[in-house]
Write a protein that binds this ligand. Sequence first.
Ligand code: NAP
Length: 438
Amino acid sequence: MALTPGTHPPLRVAVLGCGVVGTEVVRRLVTEADELAARVGAPLELVGVAVRSLDAERDPVVDRALLTTDAESLVEKADVVIELMGGIEPARTLVLRAVEHGASVVTANKALLAQEGPALYDAVDDAGVDLYYEAAVAGAIPIVRPVRESLAGDTVQRVLGIVNGTTNYVLDSMTTTGQGLDEAVADAQALGYAEADPTADVEGYDAAAKAAILASLAFHTRVALADVDRTGITGLTADDVTWAGRTGHVLKLLAVAERARAADGREGVLVRVRPTLVPAEHQLAAVRQAFNAVFVEAEAAGELMFYGRGAGGSPTASAVLGDLVSVARHRVLGGKGPVESSHADLPVLDGGEARSRYQVRLEVDDLPGVLARVAAELAAQDVSIESVRQTLQDTDGDVSATLVITTHTAPERALRSTVDAVAALDVVRAVVSVLPVL
Ligand code: NAP
């Protein structure tokens, strides 16, 4: 049956936040009103836009008469609330209030979902409304829906990818220009790719929140931000990037969520964010600038790849509008979308259980027998060596060697103990870096 706009009363839409994403969402609500009404089967009436400041400069597409600082009252008169404020509070309280009043919610707020997801999912379940959040992970890239809906009949084994455009931009700049981290971050800030306070991106919190959301969906298990084993990019140097290139790799900040078995045989999930050496010929190595890419490996489907713009007002608004059309159609036709499922309830394993190849870079004395002593420490922890590369350097007559050791697959816990033991050797001047290899 064709949906005929006009036979259903308008759906009242409230937008919370009118920043980078909110403005683009408002623009599309205004300029695409007829097309959206046809797709939904009812007109969408924008009933208000909540902001902090009524006086701030706004894009002319935003009708100032719709602006309000009273977000609490606004959510109570909406059928659909689009939360684009960011942060935990007051976003959390407002989303819960909207749900209590029977509104469906669309949000792009990964921090809120990763930290408060369970409480929100329970609330929408009780209220029988929708909570959609495609834009919270990898901006414009459809990844939440494929994992939540398209792969609902398959068994996902692993989800991995580049889910933070800012750090990808920074690492890409370091790779192509030889810049140090601080310089690359400053450039990213000047170009609008990084925020004035880049902590959430460079420390890996943003990627960890997205990894938690994807892991929860993929493994039908509640995974919170605190469950994610996270390392950001702040420890990386221009030298790390140069050595990555010399050994045929590119450094990327990867989020990885996978089914795994612990040493004691328990099945669980491992979720981590790590700067990782990606082989130069791997598709992820070709993900440049602020782009995102996510690989999903499922038992029956095999490997799937999703690639595109992970941020920006217009791309993110695309994902928000897609969700809006879905939840609005449910209100017109009845029913609701799939709920979050946590029936598998797998344990989240400690990061030490992760297994990977590693590249360990050491600065050592240039003496006979050094490699043998380092190799003996690795062997003592059952970490076997795949390859070693040695380079000599002479600093004003002080000759030292750089050893780049690539291991075979080993548990991270064993690798950590090995590195501690190697660092304690008198011939080892420094453990310069330890990085997993994809
Ligand atoms: P933004 O530019 O900082 O805009 C935030 C908006 O929320 C502003 O309009 C601000 O009002 C309003 N706001 C903040 N706190 C408020 C409060 N307490 N009461 C009322 N209004 C409040 O943020 P954004 O970049 O659009 O991001 C919005 C959400 O989308 C975040 O959850 C973010 O993680 C997510 N997201 C963003 C992107 C992206 O590319 N930007 C991509 C994916 C997901 P004022 O204008 O008055 O200050």
